[in-house]
Ligand binder design. Structure first.
Ligand code: SF4
Length: 354
């Protein structure tokens, strides 16, 4: 696809920052806190096979060289269009799927070096809330079975003990414990997501991935679930990786936000900095689509051209260049790496926006 040459490039911040750390090092706040989660150079390539003998003919590069850190107690929001690799990244961090390359640390421990038994113990500390509260709950199980299952799997043998914990968890997420013998279809969408949350926190995890956890809910119910997640974070000291495809949702819950495009992180910043000064043209385009809640204020809309390229054959140079309104010849040849443009703010662009 042809690159659009801009008539007059917009004002830019300097592409190189004097004294910048390793250009593609983990994206973080840099405040000296020991991260709870740290990933470096993480990749996940899924093979595309063909023929009788399933010969590998290409790879889908779902996650392609992501490095980041998440501090204890923070909510790291991860946004990007469908298929950009957000959920795959989360599953890699949780070790639900093996990486093609890269490293993952949790609380300082190298997860890829842990023996299976130690990894099983570690899993108690890392849980996930799924997008679809309807599909993620077994319709033949009662709520007590669903919430109590991880307790049973991880060794809470006595039924009365599990029952006590289920009651406690239902109260914690705002559900009436008297309903514990009901089935999922007897609950509303918001209530089912509360069941999913109760199940996720049953083992007292430290890290929870909320994977599009409010996307399928009505706006008013979304707000209730977001408030519940914030409340639980404060009470239980949780750390969240909060995945969403829209920036408007992550704004209200995140400490920092990472923006993904075609398997790579293109920008990471504290939430107010990202919303106030987006430096990557893709982030600016996503932000320009978020409605401003003021009758006389408007954002200039940046309309992206073309579709997202295939992750099996990503464009050379900057992966965003075929759709970027500000692309220059350099963008077609040289892949940009994450570089700091302000404290805690890193962007992968040769010509960051001011
Ligand atoms: Fe656009 Fe990429 Fe070039 Fe930055 S590096 S101006 S995002 S094409």
């Amino acid at each position: 696809m042809a690159v659009q040459e801009p008539a007059a490039p917009p004002a830019r911040r300097g592409a190189a920052v004097p004294g910048a750390p390793a250009a593609d090092g983990p994206a973080r706040q840099g405040d000296g806190t020991t991260p709870l989660v740290r990933v470096e150079g993480l990749k996940k390539y899924f093979p595309i096979t063909r023929g009788l003998f399933a010969r590998t003919v290409a790879h889908v590069r779902a996650v392609d060289g992501v490095s980041l850190e998440i501090d204890p107690g923070e909510t790291f929001g991860l946004v990007g269009e469908s298929g950009c690799g957000k959920s795959t990244l989360a599953r890699l961090i949780l070790r639900l799927i093996p990486p093609t390359a890269g490293r993952i640390w949790f609380d300082g421990q190298d997860l890829l070096a842990l023996p299976p038994a130690a990894m099983r113990r570690m899993r108690r500390q890392m849980q996930i809330i799924f997008q679809d509260p309807f599909g993620s709950l077994n319709p033949r199980f009662t709520v007590a079975d669903i919430i109590g299952e991880p307790l049973r799997v991880h060794g809470m043998r006595r039924r009365e003990e599990r029952e006590r914990r289920v009651v406690e968890l239902m109260e914690l997420v705002g559900l009436n414990p008297a309903w514990r013998h009901r089935f999922p279809h007897q609950f509303s969408g918001g209530q089912r997501q509360r069941i999913g949350i109760a199940r996720a926190i049953a083992l007292n995890p430290r890290f929870v991935v909320a994977d599009e956890a409010v996307s399928s809910l009505d706006v008013s119910v979304q707000a209730q679930i977001l408030n519940l997640l914030a409340d639980l974070q404060e009470r239980l000291g949780l750390t969240y990786l909060f995945i969403a495809h829209g920036l408007n949702v992550v704004r209200h819950v995140s400490t920092r936000v990472g923006v993904m495009y075609l398997g790579q992180l293109v920008e990471v910043a504290p939430v107010d900095e990202l919303f106030g000064h987006p430096a990557h043209p893709y982030t600016a385009a996503l932000l320009s689509a978020v409605p401003v809640p003021h009758p006389r204020r408007r954002r200039e809309r940046i309309v992206l051209q073309g579709d997202v390229p295939s992750p099996a054959n990503p464009p050379a140079g900057c992966r965003f260049h075929p759709r970027c309104p500000f692309a220059q010849p350099r963008c077609r040849e040289e892949p940009p790496v994450l570089r700091p443009v302000a404290p805690g703010h890193a962007v992968a662009c040769h010509f960051p926006l001011e």
